[in-house]
Design a protein around this ligand. Structure first.
Ligand SMILES: Cc1ncc(COP(=O)(O)O)c(C=O)c1O
Length: 385
């Protein structure tokens, strides 16, 4: 990762943990962080856990990047930091955000969880921010691990120390569960037991999300926010989908992550090919930048629920949906609302994130089920380039 980004990197057990460390290092509690409302709720909870107030940005409806021109001028002076999302691997307009942050004297953080291998302004995503974070659970598919990188090499030691203070000791049971998980998943797939497995997990209370967003539980969350900055108080929200997020990684885990990371270029090449194929279909929107090896390709269908159901019948599970936007989900009690929520709402409602590694199967299903492309978002013409 140091070679790819050209800057110092610290291994962390998860991207969310790396982000918490970065926010704590650069932003005193009480600060305000401009972020995307079309994002995993986990990131929202990490910002709250760091004692910061999320401020939701207006978004471009075609790729959910922050619409820099639509951020009101007087907002910049009230911010303590900006956090990009690079959703599904489509980069935010980071060069302009970098310039805005420099002009306001505030740090820029890049969340590159979806964007290993993406570039913007001639540099990799993650090479623009004061700090950037990556998840090895996404492209690398390791279901654990991440990186925190920093622009100033002199900060590496201090960041490592903060990580040390916040890491919890590894647990043998967690390592063993991590070790057997791929085999258990392969067995479920092989025996076509996926539906039964989900039903059992739900019965045992092992799934934390019934819908796309996890239950907010506002009263309890207000207590956690009152205790922030504190990762322990926010643990029930921050750990969603990954209870090991702050455990020190054992040898077994690091071994598997390393082996998977070795294959990253192969995976990125396959993602690029699948992305090009999906972007040539009628459900794609013209991309504003050079095509990237996307982690997910947002297609836009008129009836997304029907498309999700048609894909599910073929065993293709659609994940990484972020609907509704975070300000509609959490409300003014926990975040500043976007000055213009229309782009985020349109994207959140219509985007169907497709795994480029399954491009052909998905296109077959969409064609067979007669999925129609979504109409253009207000004011934007569906011109194809
Ligand atoms: C945009 C984004 N950033 C960060 C994360 C968190 O990554 P990790 O699970 O490695 O903590 C996620 C998780 O899905 C995500 O979607």
């Amino acid at each position: 990762m140091r070679g790819r980004l050209g800057r110092e990197c610290v291994y962390v057990p998860s991207c969310r943990f790396g982000l918490f460390v970065a926010l704590r290092h650069w932003c005193p509690p009480g600060g305000r962080v401009l972020m995307s409302p079309v994002n995993d709720d986990v990131i929202f909870f990490v910002v709250l856990a760091a004692g910061l107030r999320p401020v939701q940005a207006p978004l471009n409806p075609l790729d959910a990047s922050i619409d820099v021109d639509a951020v009101p001028d007087d907002l910049w002076g009230s911010l303590s930091a900006v956090l990009t999302t690079n959703l599904y691997g489509n980069p935010d307009d980071t060069p302009r955000l970098r310039a805005k942050c420099d002009a306001s004297g505030i740090p820029l953080f890049e969340d590159g969880a979806h964007a290993i291998g993406s570039e913007v302004g001639g540099r990799p995503v993650g090479a623009w921010g004061d700090a950037s974070v990556f998840s090895l659970s996404k492209h690398v598919g390791a279901q654990a691990g991440g990186f925190l990188s920093c622009a100033d090499p002199g900060l590496r030691g201090a960041l490592e120390e903060t990580c040390e203070d916040l890491l919890l000791p590894g647990r043998l049971t967690a390592e063993l569960a991590y070790a057997v998980r791929p085999y258990a998943e392969a067995a479920v797939r092989g025996l076509r037991l996926r539906r039964a497995a989900w039903a059992t997990m739900r019965l045992l209370g092992l799934t934390e999300r019934e819908g796309i967003r996890m239950p907010l539980r506002p009263e309890a969350l207000a207590g956690a926010v009152g205790a922030a900055p504190d990762l322990a108080a926010s643990d029930p929200w921050v750990r969603v989908d990954m209870h090991d997020y702050r455990l020190r990684s054992g040898r077994l885990r690091l071994g598997r992550i390393g082996r998977r990371l070795d294959r990253l270029d192969e995976v990125l090449a396959a993602c690029r090919a699948g992305t090009e194929h999906l972007l040539s279909t009628p459900w794609a929107r013209p991309v504003r930048r050079d095509p990237q090896p996307l982690f997910r390709v947002p297609l836009f269908v008129a009836d997304r629920d029907a498309a999700i159901a048609a894909l599910a019948r073929r065993g293709i599970v659609v994940g990484y949906l972020y609907d509704p936007p975070l300000d509609d989900y959490a409300g003014v009690g926990f975040t500043d609302l976007s000055p213009d929520p229309t782009g985020a709402r349109w994207f959140a409602r219509h985007a169907l994130p497709v795994d480029p590694l399954r491009a052909r199967q998905v296109v077959d299903v969409l064609e067979e089920s007669g999925a129609r492309p979504a109409g253009a978002p207000g004011g934007l013409e569906p011109t194809r380039g």
